[in-house]
Write a new protein. Structure first.
Length: 162
């Protein structure tokens, strides 16, 4: 059976942090604040995968109250989530995600993000789609206060039990 999950994440900008999106460090004068590396794009994808499998969300699986996840590499969190999904009979099939931020522009980093995420998911690059948009000057994204991401994950469930 094919199942679908949706993920959404938001992080505010913070001085003195690296900006990591889709496992790629992007040049910018600020990074995103968070317990881990605050990779908003990867976090949304993890939430989408967990949602598809009915396994809660990233905050339940990798809580920010747990020192083990302090400054964690979000691609490692993604690899862990994918491994656990596979153990439970779920296989990622496709991911489509959009990151929203006013700056910096992501065109030059998008292919690297796609490749890194695909590798962590165990998928060919063609099964991972990454888009970027701005806030058109509106809201917290438009005011360059932070970034948001939304993701949809399609997952194949090996066996269905009621």
């Amino acid at each position: 059976m094919t199942v679908v999950g949706i993920g959404y994440d938001v992080h505010r900008f913070a001085a003195g942090r690296r900006l990591v999106l889709g496992g790629v460090e992007v040049e910018h004068d600020q990074g995103l604040a968070g317990h881990s590396d605050a990779d908003v794009l990867t976090h949304a994808i993890i939430d989408a995968l967990l949602g598809a499998a009915g396994q809660g969300d990233i905050g339940q699986r990798f809580p920010d109250t747990d020192p083990a996840w302090k400054d964690a590499d979000s691609l490692e969190l993604l690899r862990t989530a994918v491994a656990e999904l596979r153990e439970g009979g779920y296989t990622p099939v496709h991911v489509d995600a959009t990151v929203a931020l006013e700056e910096p522009r992501l065109g030059s980093a998008r292919d690297a993000m796609r490749t890194r995420l695909a590798q962590a998911l165990g998928l060919p690059d063609a099964r991972v789609n990454i888009k970027a948009t701005t806030g058109e000057g509106l809201g917290f994204v438009g005011r360059v206060e932070g970034a948001a991401a939304v993701a949809v994950a399609t997952v194949q469930q090996e066996s269905v039990t009621d």
